[in-house]
Every structure is written in structure tokens, then in C-alpha cells.
Ligand binder design. Structure first.
Ligand SMILES: Nc1nc2c(ncn2[C@@H]2O[C@H](COP(=O)(O)OP(=O)(O)OP(=O)(O)O)[C@@H](O)[C@H]2O)c(=O)[nH]1
Ligand SMILES: [Mg+2]
Length: 347
């Protein structure tokens, strides 16, 4: 009993810690118990001893994780999941009803780890299921135990208990950092400036159609994966442009970097649109670490726009020129700070 309480306390601590993070969740899954078998003897008006008629119990439900693309994060997955118990057997050979399985929807790309941290499941495509805790089998009623020598058994089975297991669910991230911006903002140019990746760069929108990942190498051999994502436009969350496809990629990045083109008129409007689109897709996306990269500082008007942009947002703004390589070192330092902070938070 005492031991149980300690266990519960550590579980609760873990829970509060991971609740902040919609990409990671520790939970306990318990299968339903099987229904007990029944002991009963039938008695009819014409036959007082018509024989044993105790039915079997129903099976307990399983707890099942199912990959569902409509689910965006693990926030709504409860910390304790218990499937229903099977019904007990009844007289007149009535078997108890099997309990329904408890199916918990998780985002596509969720990795399941057991209590020892070993990966036991990878829900990488839509509809894949993982049985987290099996329900107990129903117990047999006394009718089952009738033999040639024992015609009136007074025995039955209890239903078996369901499995009780702890798991950690984690959404597999694509990259530590995702570059988010309108088409032509210079995302691909920036990725090639900070890493050895060579995505296609061109002065027309939607050059990048698929995400590219580049590795940023630091002097202490730390490597940070940066993803160049396809461009985002207003109403992407309604599947305009490359739409939902793009937003799904953004979701699998731990930190979000907004790339804003400073040469455009009123660049802060673009930042607000990007944030709005992300929040429409999943309201927890904006809780992730964020940074604004003000690109194309080499162009005219950029200096003036930079000051205005800084006034319009609370986020840290770093001016760079991806094309000329201006201020890239400071940007890499800032990315490293974000990365280190989130590493210690166990993201
Ligand atoms: N002057 C200047 N031009 C830049 C800078 N960064 C990017 N560009 C130019 O902007 C254009 C678009 O750059 P890309 O890197 O292809 O832009 P993108 O954001 O990847 O665009 P999509 O893939 O279409 O979403 C190219 O012509 C680049 O040469 C910069 O810092 N200064
Ligand atoms: Mg591009």
C-alpha cells in the first residue's frame, strides 16, 4: 500500500513535468479485468436437477494506441487509461459480454517506449495500432467443467486481471529547428548558409516542395538538425497552397524559426499571418520555442523595417542576410541557446 503511494507520487511528478510538452507523455495503461464465471444449476418444473448452467465471463477490453492524422498532439491523451471490465457470466448458460477495447488516438509518427525506455512501437502511418495493455480473459462458468465423472461441478474461474503497464509516448521529431516563412523569404538560402545542405534556391515562390534537412555542426561536435520547409501562405490551414502538408512538418520540429523578408512592405504582417496559421492548425504550436529571423538585411528599406518589426513582436528578432552571410554566427549562437534550453527540459 505504502509502496503504491510512492509509485503514485513519482508518477504524478513526471506527469506535471511532461504536461508542458505536447510532444511527450508518460502514462499508465491498464487492460480491463475479465468477468468471473458463474456457478449455477438449472432447475425446471419437469426436471429439478437439469444440470449446471453457469455461463463464462466476458473478456476485458484492451488499451490500444491508434495513429490518427486528425490528432495533432498528446495533450488530450489521459495519464491513466483503463479499459472496461468484461461482464460476469450468468445462469442459463448466458456468457458475459466482452468489454469494448479502449482505443486512444495518437498523432501519426508517435513512438511508444516501455518503462525501461525501450522502443516497443512506432505508429508511423495512419491507422496503425499498438496494443498497450491486454484485457484479462473471462473466467469459465461451471458448465465448462462438466466431465463424465463430475456432472455437477461447483467450481468456476475468476476473470483474469488486465495488464498494467507504463509507457512513454513521444512524437518523433523531424528536426530540432524548423524554418517557417512565406515563399521566397529565403529559407532555402539560409539553410545552405548554415549547413552543407543544398536545396534549390530560385527567385520564384514554391521552389521548395518537400522539406530538406541540414545539419548545423558546432565546434564541440554538437549537431542540430534544421529543416527547410515549404512556403506558407494565408489560409494554409484550410489546405491552400501546400497547406496542411506543410503544417504537419512544422509540427514535428521542436523549435520554430520564422523567416521574414525585410525588403517587403510591413513585414510584421507576415509574421502575424505565420503565427495565425500555425495557431489555427494546432493551438499548442505557439507554445514552442520561437525566434524571428529578419532576412535580406542587405536590401534597401530593410534597416527601417527591422526597427518597426522589433516593435511589433515580443519575440527575439535577429537580422541576417542569408545570401551574403551577414550575422549568421549570431544566429547560430541563438539557435544553440534554444537547443540547449530544451535539451535540459527533456523535450
Ligand atoms: N538580397 C537578398 N536576397 C536573398 C537573401 N536570401 C534569399 N534571397 C533571395 O531570395 C530568393 C528566394 O530564396 P529561396 O531561398 O529560394 O526562398 P525560399 O524561402 O526557400 O522560397 P520557397 O522555397 O519558394 O518557399 C532567391 O532569389 C534568393 O537569392 C538575402 O539575404 N538577401
Ligand atoms: Mg525554398
Amino acid at each position: 500500500m505504502f509502496l503504491n503511494r510512492i509509485r503514485a507520487a513519482t508518477f504524478a511528478e513526471q506527469e506535471t513535468k511532461v504536461y508542458k510538452n505536447s510532444n511527450l507523455k508518460t502514462l499508465r495503461a491498464t487492460g480491463g479485468c475479465g468477468g468471473n464465471g458463474c456457478i449455477s444449476f438449472l432447475s425446471l418444473w419437469s426436471n429439478e436437477f437439469a444440470g449446471p448452467d453457469g455461463g463464462d465471463g466476458g473478456n476485458g477490453g484492451h488499451v490500444i494506441f491508434k495513429a490518427n492524422s486528425a490528432t495533432k498532439d498528446l495533450i488530450n491523451v489521459p495519464p491513466i487509461i483503463r479499459a472496461e471490465d468484461g461482464e460476469k457470466g450468468q445462469n442459463k448458460d448466458c456468457n458475459g459480454k466482452n468489454a469494448p477495447h479502449c482505443i486512444v488516438d495518437v498523432p501519426v509518427g508517435t513512438v511508444v517506449k516501455n518503462a525501461n525506455g525501450v522502443v516497443v512501437g512506432d505508429l508511423s502511418s495512419e491507422g496503425i495500432m499498438f496494443v498497450a495493455a491486454r484485457g484479462g480473459a473471462g473466467g469459465k462458468g461451471n458448465h465448462f467443467f462438466v466431465t463424465d465423472t463430475e456432472q455437477a461441478p461447483k467450481i468456476c474461474e475468476y476473470g483474469a486481471e488486465g495488464e498494467d503497464l507504463e509507457y512513454t509516448l513521444e512524437i518523433k521529431s523531424m528536426a530540432h529547428v524548423g524554418l517557417i516563412g512565406f515563399p521566397n523569404a529565403g529559407k532555402s538560402t539560409l539553410l545552405s548558409a548554415v549547413s552543407r545542405a543544398r536545396p534549390k534556391i530560385a527567385p520564384y515562390p514554391f521552389t521548395t516542395l518537400k522539406p530538406h534537412i541540414g545539419m548545423v555542426q558546432y565546434d564541440d561536435y554538437e549537431q542540430i538538425a534544421v529543416a527547410d520547409l515549404p512556403g506558407l501562405i494565408p489560409e494554409s490551414h484550410k489546405n491552400r497552397g501546400l497547406g496542411i502538408q506543410f503544417l504537419k512538418h512544422a509540427e514535428r520540429c521542436t523549435a520554430l524559426l520564422y523567416i521574414i523578408d525585410l525588403s517587403l512592405d510591413k513585414p510584421w504582417q507576415y509574421l502575424h499571418t505565420l503565427q495565425y496559421e500555425l495557431s489555427q492548425f494546432s493551438k499548442h504550436l505557439l507554445e514552442r520555442p520561437q525566434l524571428v529571423i529578419a532576412n535580406k538585411i542587405d536590401l534597401p528599406e530593410a534597416e527601417k523595417n527591422l526597427e518597426l518589426l522589433k516593435q511589433e513582436t515580443d519575440l527575439k528578432v535577429i537580422p541576417v542576410s542569408a545570401k551574403l552571410g551577414t550575422n549568421i554566427t549570431q544566429l547560430l549562437q541563438e539557435i544553440r541557446v534554444i537547443y540547449d534550453q530544451n535539451k535540459t527540459d527533456d523535450l
